[in-house]
Design a binder for this molecule. Sequence first.
Ligand code: FAD
Length: 309
Amino acid sequence: MSLKYDIIIIGAGPAGMTAALNCLRAGKSVLVLESDTFGGQIALSPRVENFPSYKQTAGAEIMDKLYEQIVDWGADIELENAKSAVKTGKKFVVTTDYATYECTSLILATGCKHRHIGVAREEELTGKGVSYCALCDGAFYKDEDVAVIGDANTALQYALLLSGYCKSVHICALFDRLFADKALVDLVKARDNVDITYEIELKEFLGTDELSGLRFENTKTHTEHFVDCKCAFICVGQIPQNAPFKELVNLDDKGYVIADESCVTSCDGVFAAGDCRTKKIRQLTTAAADGTVAAYAACAYVDKINAEK
Ligand SMILES: Cc1cc2nc3c(=O)[nH]c(=O)nc-3n(C[C@H](O)[C@H](O)[C@H](O)COP(=O)(O)OP(=O)(O)OC[C@H]3O[C@@H](n4cnc5c(N)ncnc54)[C@H](O)[C@@H]3O)c2cc1C
């Protein structure tokens, strides 16, 4: 027999835990499922400076407090990977590696993972000179030399942002061209402190405890190319974690759940919050904001279904 909840939330990052807080405060029974780390991606960030009211803190600290908060409000939380979710009649059945749960409404807050470049020591140096988010970490490298690894719009936006306060920005592109909007390319090329090197492939992160540089290989000549930098911003795409739910809700061609600011998805009763949905800005505060919106929508849906009984 499976346990029944008003609302199941898949993902315990900022979106999922904020959703849980609001659902619990509205008197709903809530199960939060997390497959990996409570706190989500932000728990990986040792320095967060853009969360309102905190001058500087670790992402894990904010998330630990939020975790305590939802436990205090009575959330059931399981460290289980949600493998699938299906709608049967007026309820949803969520299957994990260990159990089956039922609920009236479902919130997907599965986030996404930055695509890693796959070079040795990448994980070890994350937060120590390897970053996936210039908006989040760029300001730590004011007046320093930095590199951006990537060749598309986000990489160039990062380069533009960083060129405003970093000493130099080295764009490292794998192919012989950039795959970005012309206007953006023109803006970047007009910056005196930005240079672009084409046809180079990253081979090694240099530095012992912190990043000090990068070693590339030229894909045509096979010669070595070195870039001195304090930080490498890796910008080679993101992978949304929505594959298990592709039969339940509509995803876009990149795998994000199609949902706007209302967090409403193509499936009645399922809401999507945070980085996992289609949106422009993927950050801590926008994830938390979605958590609130999705929570109110899910609570209203539960009330409607209960009123129909
Ligand atoms: C290194 C780093 C530094 C960052 N720094 C900043 C910063 O300084 N400021 C800022 O505003 N933003 C920062 N960000 C971005 C910010 O972390 C994200 O925008 C935010 O965490 C998104 O929250 P979320 O809840 O939508 O998703 P996530 O944080 O990705 O959380 C989703 C959770 O769902 C879980 N999950 C996924 N699939 C399943 C499943 N099938 N079953 C169960 N659980 C599942 C995942 O394990 C994860 O814990 C940073 C990101 C990174 C990677």
